[in-house]
Structures are given as C-alpha cells and as structure tokens.
Design a protein around this ligand. Structure first.
Ligand code: GLU
Length: 506
C-alpha cells in the first residue's frame, strides 16, 4: 500500500452505540493496526437538532471498555484536528462556495413554504413525493434561475439560503467497494442534496468529504445504509478536484436480528443487549442494556463481532484481538447481512471466561460481589473461588450465583433433594465426618475426600448416598464445583459449622 493507512469511525453523538456501530469500530481498528496505520474517531455533530448530551462521552467509554481506542480523536488529540465537526464549521463554507463558483452547486433561497408548495404542486401518481432534483430545480428560487445580480443582492442581504449540489441529469457514477466490487449508480434518481444548511453548518455529505480529505483518510468503512449516499460523495470528491485522493470504500453488511435489521427494539423484545454499554436516554430515562453490564468480556465481545460478517476461511471461531489484527481482511467480509445470534454470543463469552486467567477476572468478580454487599474478601480465597467456578460461568454475572455460597452460609436448603432419603444412618455418618474432620490436620480436598470415603466404607454407606446431602449442606443446592474443593476453600471451622447447621434442619 503506497499511502499511509488512516481510517476513521465517524459517529453522530445521537444515542447509544449499537452492535453495527461497534463492529464498524472493530473493523476500522483491526485494519488500521494490521497496516500499522492510524485509527481516527471523528465526531459528526453537525446536526444540532439531533445532538444528545452525554452521547459523545458514552462513545469514548464504549471504545475504552472494548479496548478499541483511537489514535486520534477530540480527546486523544492528533495533528489533523479539530476532530469534532461542529468545531470545523468555518472550514466548510469556502468549499461550498468553490463548488458554486465551479458550477457544481448552487444557492437555493426557497422558504419552507415554497418547498412545501413544490412537494404539493409536483406530486403525481407516479411521483408521490417529488424531490428537489434536475427536473424541478429550474422551477425553484435559486442561483440557477435568478440572475447573478438578484442572487448577489439576496446573499448581501443575508437572506436565508442553503447550498445544493447540482446532480448531473444522467451520469453513470461508479466506484470499487472492497466488499462489493464494482458499483454503478445513475445520478438521475439522486436529488440535489443540501451541502450547506441555512445555519451555516455543513450537512453530512459535504462534511464527510471535506473531512476525509483533510484528515488524509485512506479507507472509509461504514454501514451499508450509506451506500445510497456514495454517488453524492464520489461526485464531490471529483468536483472538489480531489479524486486521486479519494479513500477506498467498504460498505459493511447489515447486522440482522430475529426479524430483519437488528434494532434496539429487538433487544427489549428478546431480552438481549444491542448496545456496547448501558445507555440511559437523557430525555426519556429509558435504559437500553449493554453487553458490558450484561456480563460480557471485551475479548468475547470483539471476537463475536468480528465474525458478524467475516471469517478467515477455516473453522476457527475463537480469535484474540492480536490474531484478528493479523488475519482480518476486508475482502473476506460478506456483502450479505450477518445474523446476530445471542446464544452464540454467550457461547463465545463462556469460552473466553474459561480461557481467562484468574487474575484478569479478579476485579470484575470482586466488583460484582461488592455490589451485592460481599466485600473484604481475602484475595487468595477469591482467586481460588474464581479458578474453581469460572468454567461454569457464561456471563460474568453468573459468578455471583456460582460463588455466593463461598462467602455466605446457606440459609435455605434444597430439602426436596435430601429429606425423602434422610435417615439416622446418614445422620450418624455425618457426625462421624465431623469427628474426623475436627481432628484433620491436613485440610486439603484430597485428604477430605479420602477420609470421607473411608468413613462410608466403615459405615457401609455408598458414597453416592451421602455426597449429595454433603453438597447441599455446604452449598444449599445441587450445583457448584467439586464438593471437597468447596470444603477446602471454606476451611475447617466453616465446613463443620455448615454440617452441624444442616443436620439440625434436615
Ligand atoms: N456520521 C455518520 C454516522 O453517523 C458516519 C457515516 C460515515 O462513516 O461516513 O453513521
């Protein structure tokens, strides 16, 4: 590659970051790292009516949590700033004027009422919602229909106006998409998009081209929903004289939910997260759940997202971020929609929890327990507990149920599992266990198990008959890791205390 790789994620701060957006982040990040290039975060906040307080900070938080931080951004800095479009307002007007002077755009002075009238007057059965396009522009009030003098007068008087692109009546515009190959458009169906709004702010169309150019973006990856805007952007690159610097494009496939495009509503309906992190809409206070809070590890989040539309051509499914950086290729991304399967996403998380080092889970688990009022845990105990139960946890939140009994003596027992078969022989057996364990100097799972078995033999009891009651004494229910491992961690005093307490209840 001859040009330095510089890619960008360009979200508008209008709300939570859903899976589609996060996958765009990921593909940008992987591509940049693979090519030792730069990953830029640009905040596209030119539409002030859609601005949502807190949304920009939320984007940083999501990128940080998932470990996909940019090299350049409004907060990380960089040599191509400002990285917030609202702070670049003055840059765009001169380009809009250049386009007008070169005949590729025009000033339009139509009032909202005049636009409404146009939509009404030109409405036909075959064209129910007429657009401001080549067939209509000459019937409107703009610098193409007014004389130069009239236009100048209106501009001098600061008359409200916009700048519109003059889309060619019929021109074939084509470009090569890294995923979809050669794409052709016919400009006749594209309207004269506004480039500069009446408030002096650029629209997305102008801003994205000017910024990709001035930030020296080499590759632009974005969601499929932007494909229909591509001809406008391609023409702007050409009209501004920058065609040879145009980035290579890739339009990423949609992420599909249970019925069509994955939506925030699917999350609420089916009970799975669609945002990276919890998002509370500041207007409605409505909470949309995030993968983080649901108990996903960032490693798993990245891993399953990478496979939403890409694979390396083998059966491999588990990839670390480093492997993805090595193996990812945009050419292997499918153009068809990628189905999001929550059960599969959980499977990835389970695999990653199993693979994780105990130490890396420590802070997450102790935070989880402390939120539920269990704190001041001895760190060596916590590590042993995590090591014992992690293979049983699909979500981080499962650590709570799976390890609670290590820290709290059960208050309730699954009596149905014990009572019907409880008898004096078993009661006697456990009193023998207490006697033996009290004298036991070597409090390890192996010794505890050996002693336990010996006592069953002496008392002619099958180990299978007393193991379940023993588990229920220590845990409260029919779950958890090896019961002697549990006893080892609980320690002598607590184990004996639990046996005594349970015998009194059984
Ligand atoms: N601001 C656009 C968005 O919110 C970015 C599209 C692009 O990457 O060109 O998705």
């Amino acid at each position: 590659m001859d040009k330095r790789v510089r890619v960008r994620f360009a979200p508008s701060p209008t709300g939570g970051l859903h899976l589609g957006g996060m996958r765009t982040v990921l593909y940008n990040y992987l591509f940049a790292k693979q090519h030792k290039g730069d990953f830029i975060l640009r905040i596209e906040d030119t539409d002030q009516s859609r601005y949502v307080p807190g949304a920009e900070q939320y984007i940083y938080d999501c990128l940080k949590w998932s470990g996909l931080e940019p090299d350049e951004s409004p907060v990380h800095g960089g040599s191509y700033g400002p990285y917030r479009q609202s702070e670049r307002k003055n840059i765009y007007r001169s380009y809009a004027e250049q386009l007008v002077n070169d005949g590729y755009a025009y000033y339009a002075f139509d009032t909202p009422e005049e636009l409404e009238k146009m939509r009404h007057d030109f409405k036909t059965e075959s064209n129910p919602s007429p657009q401001y396009d080549h067939s209509i522009r000459m019937k409107m009030r703009n610098s193409l229909t007014l004389s130069d003098d009239e236009t100048k007068k209106l501009l001098d008087a600061n008359t409200r106006h916009v700048v519109r692109i003059k889309m060619p009546e019929t021109e074939a515009v084509s470009f090569r998409d890294m995923i979809r190959g050669e794409i052709h458009f016919d400009t006749s169906v594209v309207d004269d998009k506004v480039l500069l709004k009446a408030d002096g702010m650029p629209t997305y169309h102008l801003a994205v081209v000017v910024d990709d150019y001035s930030m020296k973006i080499s590759h632009a990856f974005r969601g499929e929903e932007w494909l229909s805007s591509a001809p406008v952007h391609i023409l702007l690159w050409k009209y501004l004289g920058w065609k040879k610097d145009m980035p290579q494009w890739a339009h990423l496939p949609l992420i599909l939910g249970p019925n069509g495009k994955l939506s925030k509503r699917d999350g609420a309906k089916y009970g799975f997260p669609v945002f990276a992190m919890n998002w509370i809409d500041p207007k409605t206070n409505e909470l949309t759940e995030g993968f983080k809070e649901k108990g996903f590890l960032p490693e798993a989040f990245i891993n399953f997202m990478a496979l939403l539309g890409w694979n390396d051509g083998t059966e491999q499914e588990i990839f670390s971020k480093e492997e993805l950086i090595q193996k990812f290729s945009m050419e292997r991304v499918h153009s068809s929609g990628a189905k999001f399967d929550y059960e599969k996403a959980k499977w990835f998380n389970h695999e990653w929890i199993k693979k994780s080092e105990v130490q890396s889970l420590e802070s997450g688990v102790s935070f989880l327990l402390s939120e539920k009022g269990i704190s001041d845990i001895d760190i060596s105990v916590l590590r042993k507990v995590i090591g014992l139960v992690k293979d049983r946890c699909t979500l981080l939140s499962d650590f709570y149920d799976q390890s609670l009994f290590f820290f709290l003596t059960p208050e309730q027992y699954d009596l149905n599992a014990v009572k019907p078969k409880w008898n004096d022989a078993k009661k006697f057996f456990f009193s023998e266990i207490i006697r033996n364990y009290e004298l036991n100097a070597d409090w390890t799972a192996t010794t505890l198990e050996t002693n336990f078995k010996e006592i069953t033999t002496v008392n002619s009891i099958k180990p299978g008959e007393v193991l379940l009651p023993f588990r229920i004494m220590l845990v409260g229910g029919k779950f958890g890791p090896g019961v002697f491992d549990i006893a080892e961690i609980l320690g002598k005093e607590e184990t004996i205390h639990r046996i005594k307490k349970a015998i009194a209840v059984f």
